[in-house]
Ligand binder design. Structure first.
Ligand code: AKG
Ligand code: FE2
Length: 280
């Protein structure tokens, strides 16, 4: 971890709170520090911001090029902002299972900048898990078992024409005709920004280990997943008006709680472009 000009307070379990900054008025040095803090902590939370959509876009572009998500509908008038929305009538939410965004891409998105726009009166928290800590705390035997393994990731079972969302009341997320080929990533990667080892499989998009069937892969995958979501390595983000979260998809997972039926929730997400991932 490097020296930083930002006032950073680690959050128990995963991430850090960054205090006393206005995300609309960051200096260049602060943007550099923010990127490094993001790589080190995996999740940065900012309170009491008032970003307009234009300022949201400008902030994201200062961190990394934007990677437009091909499944989510865009916010009206802002093609690069994904609308993460659940209406009072809908029962399915977006991201309501442990995952990391875009692991199905050959160059998975580096991260996301999520801005709370309209929150339910209670609930709708987002959980985050620290995958650096998950890797570090694996026993030596498991580390040896996964060393050198690669895993296959895909999105069709989630976003495809016959995928999970197609069966729900969020069917506009299911995109026929944009099926993605499966992609392979090392199970333990070297994080490109921090140089640390990270466990890089997730329950939503990882299908199996390369060279093994899903059935053969599941026992070890399940063991890794159960380890990753141990409460000691998970934090809960309780959103408030003005909260902004920036997370790194290579070293965290997240889970959007769906416990506010009958109420509206709207978040604006900008996805940040990443790179191909190297084995640790
Ligand atoms: O709505 C949330 O809190 C997060 C949803 C999600 O998974 C995402 O925006 O990537
Ligand atoms: Fe997500």
């Amino acid at each position: 971890m490097i020296e930083t000009r930002l006032r950073i307070e680690p959050i128990q379990g995963c991430g850090a709170l960054v205090k006393d900054v206005d995300l609309a008025r960051l200096g260049d040095a602060e943007v550099g520090d923010l990127r490094q803090a993001l790589f080190d902590h995996g999740l940065l939370v900012f309170r009491e911001q008032s970003l307009t959509p234009e300022q949201h876009i400008a902030l994201a572009e200062r961190i990394a090029p934007i990677d437009v998500n091909r499944f989510f509908p865009a916010a009206p008038g802002y093609p690069v902002i994904a609308k993460v929305e659940k209406t009072a009538q809908q029962t399915t939410n977006i991201g309501g299972g442990w995952h990391t965004d875009h692991s199905y891409d050959a160059e998975p998105a580096m991260g996301s900048v999520l801005v709370a726009r309209d929150l339910p009166p209670a609930g709708g928290d987002t959980l985050f898990a620290d995958l650096y800590a998950a890797y570090d705390t694996l026993d030596a035997e498991t580390k040896a078992e996964i060393a050198g393994l690669r895993a296959v990731h895909g999105s069709d079972h989630v976003f495809g024409e016959k995928g999970a969302y197609a069966q729900t009341d969020q069917p506009e997320l299911a995109k026929g005709g944009v099926e993605t080929p499966e992609t392979v990533h090392p199970v333990v990667i070297t994080h490109p920004g921090s140089g640390k080892s990270v466990l890089y499989v997730n329950p939503s998009f990882t299908l199996r280990f390369e060279g093994r069937t899903r059935e053969e892969s599941l026992p070890l995958l399940m063991k890794l997943y159960a380890h990753a979501i141990d409460q000691s390595r998970v934090s809960t983000l309780v959103w408030a008006p003005g909260t902004v979260a920036i997370w790194d998809n290579r070293c965290t997972w997240h889970f959007a709680r769906n416990d506010y039926h009958g109420h509206y929730r709207l978040m604006h997400r900008i996805t940040l472009a990443g790179c191909a991932l190297e084995a640790a």
